[in-house]
Design a protein around this ligand. Structure first.
Ligand code: GAR
Length: 235
C-alpha cells in the first residue's frame, strides 16, 4: 500500500519566513487561485472536491499561461472565473517573464485569492513572486522530492531505473522544488512503464492526496510544523 508521509524539511535557510494563511472553515472557506498550464486533471479533481459541503476552500480564479490549456474548460464547467495570461510576443527574455508574472499577480490580487496553488503550472516563478506569497503558495510535483525535481520527473525516474516514485505536495520557496514538504504518496514503477503510464499512475495518487492535504492545510495551516512566521492579524 502506498504510504503517506508528512513532516518538516529544511533544505536551506531560505525555508524560513513562511507566512501562514488564516485558518478557514466550510462557512468561511479559504479563497484559492489555481495556476495551470495543461489538461488540468488535478484542477478538475479539486473543483469536484470543492462541491463537498464540508470543504474549507474554494477556487475563485483559474489562470493558465497557455491559451489552449484544456484545464480552462474545467473551470468553465464549474462556473469558476478563468483567464489565460500567456507570454507576450512583443518582448523577450527576462523582461517578458517579469511582464507575464506581473499580470498574473494582478489577476490573483483582483480575485481576492488568499492561497495560490500550482496545479501543473509549468513556469518557474521569480523570487519576487515567491516572496509575496511565501507560505501561501503550494505546488504539486510528480515525484518523491527531493528526488527528481524539475520539469521531466517521469523521464528522470525511468532513466534511473528506480522501482518507486510518487507525488509531493509542498510549499514553494525561492528555489526549484525545494520548499518544505507537506505530504507525499508513493506509487510503484513497473519495468514496462512509459512516461505516459507512470504519469497516469502518479496523477491518480495526486488526485487523492492533494485535495485532502489542502483541506487539512486550509483548516489548520499551523499544524504543519515548518517554521512559520505568523502574522497574528491573520489568525
Ligand atoms: C501533474 O502531474 C503535476 O504534478 C505536474 O504536472 C501534471 C499536471 O497534470 N506538475 C509538474 O510537473 C510541476 N513541475 P494536469 O494538468 O492533468 O493536472
Amino acid at each position: 500500500m502506498p504510504t503517506i508521509l508528512r513532516g518538516a524539511r529544511f533544505p536551506s535557510t531560505m525555508s524560513r519566513g513562511f507566512m501562514a494563511p488564516r485558518a478557514s472553515s466550510p462557512e468561511n472557506p479559504l479563497r484559492l487561485a489555481v495556476l495551470i498550464s495543461g489538461s488540468g486533471s488535478g484542477l478538475a479533481t479539486l473543483l469536484k472536491h470543492q462541491q463537498n459541503k464540508s470543504c474549507a476552500h474554494k477556487t475563485v480564479i483559474v489562470i493558465s499561461d497557455k491559451t489552449d490549456a484544456g484545464g480552462l474548460g474545467h473551470a468553465e464547467r464549474y462556473g469558476v472565473p478563468n483567464t489565460s495570461i500567456p507570454l507576450s510576443m512583443r518582448i523577450s527574455g527576462l523582461e517578458r517573464r517579469i511582464e507575464q508574472e506581473s499580470r498574473v499577480l494582478d489577476a490573483i490580487e483582483e480575485s481576492g485569492a488568499e492561497l495560490v496553488v500550482l496545479s501543473g503550472y509549468m513556469r518557474i516563478l521569480t523570487a519576487d513572486f515567491v516572496s509575496r506569497w511565501k507560505g501561501r503558495l503550494i505546488n504539486i510535483h510528480p515525484s518523491l522530492l527531493p528526488l527528481f525535481p524539475g520539469a521531466h520527473a517521469h523521464e528522470d525516474v525511468l532513466a534511473e531505473g528506480v522501482d518507486e516514485s510518487g507525488c509531493t505536495v509542498h510549499l514553494v520557496d525561492e528555489n526549484v522544488d525545494t520548499g518544505p514538504i507537506l505530504a507525499q504518496q508513493t506509487v510503484p514503477v513497473h519495468k514496462e512503464d512509459t512516461v505516459d503510464s507512470l504519469s497516469e499512475r502518479v496523477k491518480k495518487a495526486e488526485h487523492v492526496l492533494y485535495p485532502d492535504v489542502l483541506d487539512r492545510f486550509c483548516r489548520n495551516p499551523l499544524s504543519f510544523d515548518i517554521g512559520w512566521s505568523v502574522d497574528i492579524n491573520q489568525l
